[in-house]
Design a protein around this ligand. Structure first.
Ligand code: AHM
Ligand code: MG
Length: 337
């Protein structure tokens, strides 16, 4: 007997029906995002054949050179969501300011944030990349939408996830009821549930950090990594392995699959910058997924989901993954105070 295939649509309908966890509008919004990801996945797949590789001669608001796919993915998400997304407005890593859904389209109750193409440095080398998204409810009590409406702590998210474009295209989602994974069935054109109740082991022997920045790290990060590197003979009494894909989606996907710890900490290169990764487009959605799978996420001191954002493009230091390891790194930071 073949197991029954559960599509993303059916999963969401059941979440709505059985637990009343997600209102119809939110369900439809997630489906629109999934459809956009499917279309980005097709563009990624074509690669050089589709003329989508290489740089676009532009920079984003953060002064980073944009790749063609950064822009294509951004446009696909805007286009899909503006007329069918049940949204009030969107914010993107690749846009200076928020995009308010024009009046001619139905106005929804939600706000969508995304990093359209995460892992840009991996686009041209055929290594996994992805789309990260986060959904917030638009605050009530005033007409229209302002940038301030977006500045809500990660704990307020109502849906979050990413779609990884790797050997398989997989959509990973939480609506606050654990983490589920859906693999894209290219023949059927639909996302099929392939894992439910994803759990991250509390302990791990695998860490992920860009080691080339070691000389710039803060003492607590150096202490933690030194102890991992000391292996069996060191204070941890076990050998550690290291992975760094340089696509957060791929590193987080590995951690959701088999555990581990991921760090992109503050460092001395630009002391005024809290970190490289963006709070609202990357850290918040990933932190919620990780917590929903039994892991933890901090900025070295505080829980990321409790941070009150002050700006749309705010950056943050990130430590996430297996609970006991994240707690250890956080402890090292607090002790060093
Ligand atoms: P991007 O959103 O411009 O692609 O930047 C974010 C990426 C993350 O996916 C990844 O963890 C990190 O930047 C890699 O940075 P580095 O190249 O410094 O190792
Ligand atoms: Mg990114």
């Amino acid at each position: 007997m073949t197991a029954k295939k559960i599509s993303l649509t059916r999963y969401l309908v059941e979440e709505q029906r059985v637990d009343d966890r997600i209102p119809a509008q939110l369900r439809l919004l997630i489906e629109v995002v999934a459809r956009a990801c499917k279309s980005i996945s097709h563009a990624v797949n074509k690669g050089a054949l589709g003329g989508v590789l290489g740089s676009a001669e532009s920079e984003n608001v953060q002064g980073e050179v944009q790749k063609k796919l950064d822009i294509i993915a951004n446009e696909v998400l805007i286009e899909a969501n503006e007329w069918g997304g049940h949204l009030a407005a969107m914010g993107s890593e690749e846009m200076d300011s928020i995009y308010v859904v024009p009046n001619r389209y139905p106005q929804g109750e939600y706000l969508l944030l995304f990093d359209p193409l995460d892992g840009s440095s991996n686009i041209d080398v055929n290594v996994s990349i992805g789309t990260i998204f986060s959904v917030l409810r638009k605050p009530e009590g005033h007409p229209g939408v302002t940038e301030e409406d977006f500045l809500q702590a990660g704990a307020k998210q109502v849906a979050a996830g990413y779609c990884i474009y790797g050997p398989q295209t997989t959509l990973v989602l939480t609506v606050g009821d654990g983490v589920a994974m859906f693999t894209l069935d290219r023949e059927q054109g639909s996302f099929v549930l392939t894992q439910e109740n994803v759990r991250i082991p509390e302990d791990t022997k695998e860490f992920a950090i860009n080691m080339s920045n070691m000389r710039h790290w803060d003492a607590p990060v150096k202490r933690y990594v030194d102890e991992c590197l000391a292996g069996k003979e060191g204070p941890r009494g076990k050998d550690f392995n290291m992975r760094w894909i340089a696509s957060m989606v791929a590193d987080v996907h590995r951690i959701l699959t088999r555990g581990g710890i991921f760090m992109y900490p503050w460092d001395k290169r630009e002391p005024g910058k809290p970190g490289k990764l963006r709070l609202m487009y990357e850290a918040n959605p990933m932190s919620w997924l990780v917590e929903q799978a039994g892991g933890a996420a901090t900025n070295g001191r505080e829980r990321i989901l409790d941070l009150q954002p002050k700006a749309l493009h705010e950056r943050v230091s990130v430590v996430l993954g297996s609970k006991n390891e994240v707690e250890r790194v956080t402890q090292y930071h607090l002790e060093a105070r």
